[in-house]
Design a protein around this ligand. Structure first.
Ligand code: FAD
Length: 566
């Protein structure tokens, strides 16, 4: 039978793409899964793989040629292989042979998250031969189950919030329909586009990509065995970037299959009627604001005396007021001690607050109590890689080198700071050291972005940390309700706070809680990293009208000289 080769998949809403590498030509034999060619667009690359066992009869494309959606570019003569049947056969009779591969590389990286893939690109830039092994999808937690999907959903929620508030802007919207499945679909499109982009980066940087679970095979080699491949990767240096996974509290009932994790809630097709979130940290609070806005009854149960425990109290207070106004119920100093699947389909969370026991029924429960480093992903003892003192992450020095000097570890698996940009920066530092440069990690000026509403950008020392360390400080603070742009946008909640050493006036910390806070924090990070003093920073001119002007005002306020407040 003859089958058309048609341009039937493109990135997002693209209507055309550019032909990248052509792997098969007219007359070549193809098997199912063989890449015929790749299609490139601004959003990444897509592989066109054969679904047939046969021969390419015609293929009328050239590398670099633009092709349009729906265009027929060639044909294959052959048979459709029933995928399931083929897999079953290979399983039952052991007929299919895994393809043997041997790769000799300078650096092997296990894990294709923001730590691993960034390290890979940096290695290629430095002229190293790099292989990256990923058992799931490139992009890791961040792209597939973390930063990006949550923020894609949060962006849909921003639209919803504006629709609900539209009359305050002079626009009456009579009706609207909310579709959780469409929100998830949009999220998936964003994720797919970015994952495609990473795949493209691996190809364009000529990084060897091996799909499967990496295992330690010898002192300097890894093996990956799947149904498709039997690969050996011999390396001079290894980077472990295996990331982290969701963690379930070891309490009775936590194995109830319906209990949601941050992985599973990201694919929920309907808004829960009621949602109990166990954990009032960053992930828990982000989901609390998302699902409350979407219409769920939300309760947050936090064991610590306060939510978002690392932040200054004035920041937490703004979030608590916002949560209260939205109808998010927060219980602090409360331990979820048991989960019970009730007969009416609800889940009961048993909460212990002091001696008291309370019962909270909800249709859904989300466990958001932190993440565990994937330290068991490889048999670390075989290569002399040791864990840290708390045994919850791989021990590394400031060059990201483990106790085996040829092996580096980066990202969540080190449990230093579990953030994507920390993983990426560690990846660059590790690779630069492998390439013979002298790079070091500094953890004092790491910004964090929290997507509650209002959002928070925090960097450097908090006020409470400075006080605990006995550092005499000056604090400048400026409320966003006195900022013109924030008022225009109808987002007056929050403030900018600058912390400087009292005598030297060197800026050592800062926070922006409010609209654009997660972007504005970059300016504060620069001021702190460059050890700027208040007087130097106060002389920089900020454009008007912008929310960033409130940084200028907070800098001035540290010397009691804010212009628009006080
Ligand atoms: P990961 O991203 O976890 O990647 C590790 C990869 O290694 C995985 O793809 C895994 O499949 C692979 N792997 C593991 N073992 C093997 C093996 N043996 N063989 C082959 N492959 C293997 N961070 C932020 O900075 N900002 C945010 O807004 C943010 N939001 C988040 C929201 C949520 C809901 C969650 C869960 C996390 C969020 N994070 C955020 C944290 C961020 O996702 C992580 O810090 C980041 O992904 C860590 O990167 P990594 O490369 O160390 O590991």
């Amino acid at each position: 039978m003859k089958f058309d080769i048609a341009i039937n998949k493109l990135n997002g809403h693209d209507q055309e793409g550019k032909v990248g590498k052509i792997n098969k030509r007219q007359g070549d034999s193809v098997k199912p899964g063989d890449t015929i060619f790749t299609l490139e667009s601004g959003k990444g690359s897509i592989k066109y793989e054969s679904e047939y066992d046969g021969k390419i009869v015609s293929l009328s494309i050239d590398e670099g040629q633009t092709v349009k959606k729906g265009q027929i570019v060639g044909s294959i003569e052959g048979e459709i292989v029933q995928k399931k049947a083929a897999e079953k056969q290979s399983y039952s009779f052991g007929m299919a042979k895994a393809k043997k591969e041997i790769h000799d590389v300078d650096v092997a990286i296990v894990g294709g998250g923001p730590g691993g893939y960034v390290a890979a690109v940096r290695g290629a830039q430095l002229g190293l031969k790099v292989a990256i092994i990923e058992k799931d999808r490139m992009g890791g937690t961040c792209l597939n189950r973390g930063c990006i999907p949550t923020k894609a959903i949060a962006s849909s929620v921003d639209v919803l919030r504006k629709i609900k508030d539209s009359s305050a802007y002079g626009i009456e919207i009579d009706s609207y329909t909310l579709s959780m499945s469409e929100i998830i679909k949009r999220k998936n499109t964003v994720v797919d586009t970015l994952v495609g982009g990473i795949e493209h980066l691996m190809d364009s940087n000529e990084i060897i990509k091996v799909e499967g679970n990496a295992q330690i095979a010898g002192e300097k080699s890894l093996s990956v065995k799947t149904k498709k491949i039997d690969a050996t990767i011999n390396y001079k240096n290894l980077i472990i970037a295996t990331g982290s996974s969701t963690f379930m509290l070891p309490i009775e009932g936590s194995d109830i299959p319906e209990i949601l994790t941050s992985d599973t809630i990201l694919d929920i097709e309907e808004v829960p009627e009621s949602l109990t979130i166990i954990g009032g940290g960053v992930i828990g609070m982000e989901f609390a604001f998302i699902f409350r806005e979407l219409g769920a009854e939300v309760n947050v149960v936090e064991f610590a005396p306060e939510i978002l425990v690392l932040l200054d109290q004035d920041v937490v207070d703004v979030i608590k007021v916002a949560a209260d106004e939205k109808g998010i119920k927060v219980m602090t100093g409360a331990a979820a001690s048991r989960l019970i699947n009730s007969e009416n389909g609800q889940i009961i969370t048993v909460i212990k607050k002091g001696e008291e026991e309370q019962y909270l029924a909800s249709t859904h429960v989300l466990m958001a109590v932190g993440r565990k480093a994937n330290i068991d992903s490889l048999e670390l003892e075989k290569i002399g890689v040791e864990l840290n003192g708390r045994k919850n992450g791989i021990e590394i020095n400031d060059k990201c080198q483990t106790t085996n000097p040829d092996v580096y570890a980066i990202g969540d698996v080190t449990n230093k700071i579990q953030l994507a940009h920390v993983a990426s920066h560690q990846g660059m530092v590790a690779m630069e050291n492998i390439a013979g440069l002298d790079a070091h990690m500094q953890y004092e000026v790491i910004p964090s972005a929290i997507f509650t509403h209002p959002e928070i950008g925090n960097v450097g020392m908090t006020e409470k940390e400075a006080i605990e360390k006995g550092i005499a400080i000056k604090v400048g603070k400026f409320p966003l309700m006195a900022n013109g742009k924030a008022l225009c946008m109808g987002e007056p909640e929050g403030f900018v706070k600058i912390i400087a050493e009292e005598d030297s006036e060197q800026i050592i910390g800062g926070v922006v809680i409010g609209i654009h806070g997660t972007d504005m924090v970059a300016t504060l990070a620069n001021l702190i990293a460059e050890k700027r003093k208040l007087a130097e920073a106060q002389h920089v001119v900020y454009a008007h009208p912008t929310t960033a002007e409130s940084i200028h005002e907070a800098l001035l306020s540290a010397n009691g000289k804010a212009i628009h407040f006080g």
